[in-house]
Design a protein around this ligand. Structure first.
Ligand SMILES: Nc1nc2c(ncn2[C@@H]2O[C@H](COP(=O)(O)OP(=O)(O)O)[C@@H](O)[C@H]2O)c(=O)[nH]1
Ligand SMILES: [Mg+2]
Ligand SMILES: [Zn+2]
Length: 295
C-alpha cells in the first residue's frame, strides 16, 4: 500500500517519516529515486508495521542550503515557510553572517526573521558598530522582523510563538547561539518527540549534528539545524546575490547596463542611491564583500 509521508530526519540511506495518521516509519531510500531531506514530502510504499520504502520525492517548494567546502550547494531542509536567523549576544555573530543568511533565504523566495537570543545577558560594549548586534534597528528599518528572546531569563521565548504558529520554520545560526535551547523551551514534550525518533531507529538521536523536524503544540513545525562555525554561500549568480539585498531591487533596474554588477560601473543606480543616502553604506559594503567572495 502506498502513502504520503513527511521526512522528520534524514540520514544517508534512510529517514524517519511521519505518515498522515501521525505514526512514524523508517523509510529506506533508493539511490535511483534521489536523496530526501528533512521536510521533504514523499510517496512511500508501506512494507511493514513501521517500515517503508521510498517511491518518489514530491517536487520541492524550496530548499534551504549552505555551501560545502567546495562552494557547492548543500541542502539542509526543504519546503519551509520561514527561516529564523538566530544570533546571540554570546558568541557574537561574525560580520556578514546575517547578510549571507538573508541572501540565502531570499534566493528561496521566502521570509526571514532575525532572532536575538541570550537577551538577558548585558550587551557587549566592545562590539563595534559593524557588529550585526548593532545593526538590528537597521534590519528592522529594512522591513525584517527582529525578535528578542532568552532561554535563561527575560524576555523568555513567548515572542516566537505567534511567529511560528501554523508555519514550518527552521532555526539556523552559529553553534552555541541557543537554537536547541529555543526548541527545548518551545516544546514541552521535546523528550517524547526525540524519544519516539530514537525508538524508531533504535539509536539515540544526535540533536547537535542532525537536522530534525519537531511538531509545535501551537500547530506548525520547527526544525533545529546543526550549528555552523561559518555559514557560507554556494556559488550563485550575480543576480541572485543582488536580489538578496531587498532594498536594491526597486533600484537595480535603473542601472545603465543590464548586467551591472553594482561595483563601480558607470551609471549604476545602486551606487547613486548609496551616495544619496537611500541605501545604507554598510549594506552596500556588505554586498561588495559578498560579490567578491562569490567567484
Ligand atoms: N545565557 C544564556 N545562555 C543560553 C541561552 N540559550 C542557550 N544558552 C546556552 O548556550 C549554550 C549553547 O546552546 P545550544 O542550544 O546548544 O546552542 P546551539 O548550538 O545553537 O543549538 C548552552 O550552554 C545553553 O545553555 C540564553 O538565552 N541565555
Ligand atoms: Mg544545537
Ligand atoms: Zn548597478
Amino acid at each position: 500500500m502506498k502513502s504520503e509521508a513527511l521526512v522528520l530526519v534524514s540520514y544517508g540511506n534512510r529517514g524517519i517519516v511521519e505518515l498522515p495518521d501521525g505514526g512514524q516509519s523508517v523509510c529506506s531510500y533508493r539511490r535511483s529515486v534521489g536523496r530526501p531531506f528533512c521536510g521533504d514530502r514523499l510517496l512511500v510504499e508501506l512494507t511493514g508495521e513501521d517500515t517503508s520504502l521510498l517511491v518518489q520525492i514530491q517536487e520541492r517548494d524550496n530548499e534551504f542550503a549552505r555551501a560545502n567546502s567546495r562552494f557547492q550547494k548543500q541542502v539542509i531542509a526543504a519546503n519551509l515557510d520561514q527561516v529564523m536567523i538566530v544570533i546571540a549576544r554570546k558568541p557574537p555573530p561574525s560580520t556578514d553572517l546575517v547578510e549571507r543568511y538573508l541572501v540565502a533565504v531570499h534566493s528561496m523566495g521566502i521570509r526571514p526573521a532575525i532572532v536575538l537570543n541570550k537577551c538577558e545577558l548585558p550587551g557587549d560594549s566592545s562590539a563595534g558598530t559593524a557588529s550585526p548586534l548593532n545593526r538590528l534597528d537597521d534590519y528592522r528599518g529594512l522591513g525584517y522582523e527582529v525578535l528578542y528572546t532568552s532561554c535563561k531569563g527575560e524576555p523568555g521565548t513567548d515572542t516566537l510563538i505567534p511567529v511560528l504558529n501554523e508555519k514550518t520554520s527552521i532555526l539556523v545560526g552559529q553553534s552555541g547561539v541557543g537554537k536547541s535551547s529555543l526548541v527545548n523551551a518551545l516544546l514541552p514534550d521535546l523528550e517524547l518527540q526525540t524519544g519516539a525518533l530514537s525508538r524508531v531507529t533504535g539509536k539515540g538521536t544526535h540533536t547537535t549534528t542532525t537536522t530534525i523536524m519537531y511538531s509545535l503544540a501551537c500547530g506548525g513545525r520547527l526544525i533545529d539545524s546543526p550549528g555552523v562555525w561559518e555559514y557560507g554561500l554556494w556559488q550563485m549568480s550575480r543576480q541572485e546575490l543582488a536580489d538578496g539585498f531587498i532594498e536594491f531591487r526597486p533600484v537595480a533596474g535603473q542601472c545603465k547596463f543590464n548586467d551591472c554588477r553594482h561595483s563601480g560601473e558607470p551609471g549604476c543606480a545602486i551606487r547613486e542611491a548609496v551616495e544619496q543616502g537611500q541605501i545604507l553604506q554598510w549594506r552596500y559594503d556588505s554586498y561588495l564583500r559578498l560579490l567578491d567572495q562569490n567567484r
